[in-house]
Design a protein around this ligand. Sequence first.
Ligand code: PMP
Length: 372
Amino acid sequence: MIYLDHAASTPVLPEVAAAMRPWLLDECGNPSSLHAAGRRARKAVEDARETVAGCLEGDPREIIFTSGATESNALALEGAAEALRSKGDHVITAAAEHASVLETCERLGRRGFRVTVADVDGEGRVNPDAIARAMTPRTILVSVQWVNNEVGTVQPIREIRRASKGALLHTDAAQALGKVPVSVAEVDLLTFSAHKAHGPKGSGGLWVRRGTPLAPLLSGGGQEFERRAGTENVAGIVGTAEALRRACGDLAVSSAWMESLRERLRLALKGAMVHGPARDRAPHLLNVAFGGADGEAMVLALDAAGVCVSTGSACASLSALPSHVLKAMGVPPEVSKASLRFSVSSLTTEAEVDEAGRIVARVLDRLRAGVR
Ligand code: PMP
């Protein structure tokens, strides 16, 4: 199998699995317990918190571990909106955000908040001036992703920070960590997920700048500084820290490698139309359209030939609608329906990319000729 769907999820590194293993098999302490087993679990969680804070250039007390980016986005948006309700009721986001942001904003809308969804340009990029124009004295929160998960656009976070002065700025960095340099200096809240960077699924977190008002979504045991109750997922947290430590430490080398593979793949996919920007883009993603072939049919035919890719966001792959990201970029629906997302990781090899290029060409010929 040639796996080229790393934007959907990545394999867990053996070193990450090894770090998690004792917390799955040998240790059962609850980090809140007073006995030695509990204290060992507590130390593992706090060590992990320090590691993750180091990767993000933040403070350990600013990290809240969660079940991943979907939960972190919900906590950031709902938690900040709830906590700031007396100050304002307006939230700004953008049209190419992940469904977990857009749908949480829709939910806020149903709860009486006003939501502005800023357009993106043909490259999937948010114009900071559009954010500045949308700002009102009632704006409490702006949420713009760091890297788009379908086409790889890196958003101008620093300029958006300037444009959104007076409101909190949240960024979904699920596709950014381990791919492009990320620092929390320009934002108030930052979402991360382990399984996009060779860590376990169902584990991630939210960095929250010290002093930022945030109401919890889950209450009870008081864990995670009373911002996310529930017994900590010790193995997942340890795995998250080990994955992020490696992803951030190897960033320069691995992002150059991913970029070279992406270019190799682009050249191999002769004649494909590439969606997304030429510059300021993440190195791991390539979104293309092939004339005369349906994207979903391509995914299934490639799967049968041993190549895993996707039509776009894995979270939207069960929906028959064209990608909301490509739509927001002005891509016509018939082109969108013919689009595929390839995504590499630092583990991908040149031989895999070359072989995938040959298989794509064969599958395309067959589909265009109407042969199954
Ligand atoms: N945001 C972005 C940009 C993503 O790519 C994803 C994963 N598809 C998510 C959020 C959701 O992440 P998780 O699977 O960790 O909930």
